[in-house]
Design a protein around this ligand. Structure first.
Ligand SMILES: [Fe+2]
Length: 131
């Protein structure tokens, strides 16, 4: 079973953004599975890179989309994205230095305490600000 499960409370009001958010969930689940299965380093790193690359790509697309529909407060939002990306970079760097349990905890914290509130609050607020 997937560790991170999407539900309707994460809906932003834009289908395309929701679809991309679901893919971040998938990438996080693939990484969690790789940790659970005690996969070798190369596989784990590939999963982390996938999460990092997809998240970065999504954030870029999101900003472009927000701008195109006239959302305000984009700079602050872009800054929040950068912080989220930096945290995944740190998570990736910590691999090999921390236990699998710590890695799981870090990923869980990032998803639950950082990404999900960002989706539920910031993304929704910015979308509401569209002219
Ligand atoms: Fe966002």
């Amino acid at each position: 079973m997937d560790h991170f499960v999407w539900d309707d409370t994460y809906k932003t009001g834009d289908q395309k953004i929701d679809q991309e958010h679901k893919r971040i969930f998938s990438a996080a689940n693939i990484l969690q599975k790789a940790i659970d299965q005690k996969s070798e380093g190369a596989i784990l790193d590939k999963a982390m890179l996938m999460l990092l690359e997809y998240t970065t790509l999504h954030f870029d697309r999101e900003i472009t989309f927000f701008k195109s529909i006239g959302c305000s407060d984009i700079d602050e939002h872009r800054q929040a994205h950068q912080e989220l990306v930096d945290e995944i970079v740190l998570l990736r760097k910590s691999y090999g230095q921390v236990s699998d349990e710590d890695l799981t905890r870090q990923l869980e914290l990032w998803m639950v305490k950082r990404l999900l509130p960002h989706i539920k609050e910031s993304d929704v607020d910015v979308l509401k600000s569209a002219r």
